[in-house]
Ligand binder design. Sequence first.
Ligand code: FAS
Ligand code: PHB
Length: 389
Amino acid sequence: MHHPVVIIGGGPSGLLLAQLLHKRGIESLVLERKTKAHVLGRIRAGVLEQGLVALLEEAGCAARLHREGFVHDGTCIAYGDEMFRLDFTEHTGTPVIVYGQTEVTRDLYEAREAAGGPIAFEVEDVVIHGAETDSPHVTYTKHGESHRVSCDFIAGCDGFHGVSRQTIPLSVRREYEKVYPFGWLGVLSETPPVYPELIYANSPRGFALCSMRNDHLSRYYIQCSLSDAPGDWSDAAFWQELKRRLPADIAGRLVTGPSIEKSIAPLRSFVTEPMRWGRLFLCGDAAHIVPPTGAKGLNTAASDVHYLYTGLRAFYESGSEAGLEAYSEKALARVWKAERFSWWFSSLLHRYPDQSAFDLKMQIAELEFLRANTAAQRAMAENYVGLPY
Ligand code: FAS
Ligand code: PHB
């Protein structure tokens, strides 16, 4: 069997690339390790940059997003009982859209199925062969049956724990990592959001984030110990701790309720270079991870997809390999800026175990400077709404 492009991973990166290619008549095969239900059951990102929205529009998958997504012109930052608003649209002319990654993925699956694009679920033992040659192929098993697919290119969209990055020889790969000494305990609850915009909070007890999915579905996070497990936190304990990390007037209006999802995500910054090896191209979490503080994970996966889609389209439509040759350098240039912003915003809002009294004073001084300085607010807004592709 032959497919022009084999896409390993049926998460948002893989599905978005598959749909964009399909719209240009470039067919692909998507290989996904899990079931569709499992992929859709993961609760992850919630904020979309305009660049990702534009790609979803180009893919023909943005109708529900525009119907149900929330346009947010700004966000709030709280510290102690203080809170100020940072206006994205005032500083950049651009808002963000709050619409869950689960829904993005659902819309992409719906488009893939409508287009009749092949997806193999529950695949196992995926192996990439000959990536450094002009005739690579991929083998995998499904329900005990072996498969071999030849292709022109392979897109490694299989996330941090996938096989694609591992296919690039260690002698070629350079990896950069920072592991944060805490995680995020996230709760999804069928309750109205506590505030019409997101609230990022730096409190003496640690970070907290108030987000949402719609008027009746809220998403909250609190910084927690890496030794915590979701089962260690009752709903009552979570709500009590969240309230203690928010300004009193916000805490007083929090509507609590049973959690319908509760999970802990470790925080790390990670980048692998290069993002290409021969005919293998890494996209999204397969190549890089950011702490979710800056809402850059999904959105940086989107810019990778944009660069790879553009390169593949030029190859198939005009025989030009320029876009593919430039892919890794171009994608990494934006990845590193997202890594920096995510690291900076995480450093500003979280409490670190080894933080000195001086370090704390620096955090508060930076928050006060951001609150008062237009240039600082503009810089943050430009990063948050998404730097140019
Ligand atoms: P994904 O990991 O989403 O998808 C990869 C897919 O490949 C998966 O479906 C996996 O099953 C499949 N796969 C893996 N190995 C395979 C193999 N060998 N063969 C076939 N398939 C294979 N980002 C934000 O912006 N905000 C957030 O709040 C946020 N929260 C997060 C919480 C958690 C717990 C995690 C892990 C990530 C979070 N992220 C967040 C980042 C997240 O949204 C990612 O950036 C986004 O899912 C990236 O999409 P993909 O690159 O498609 O990777
Ligand atoms: C979310 O709604 O899940 C979310 C929003 C903003 C972030 C991280 C997560 O920075």
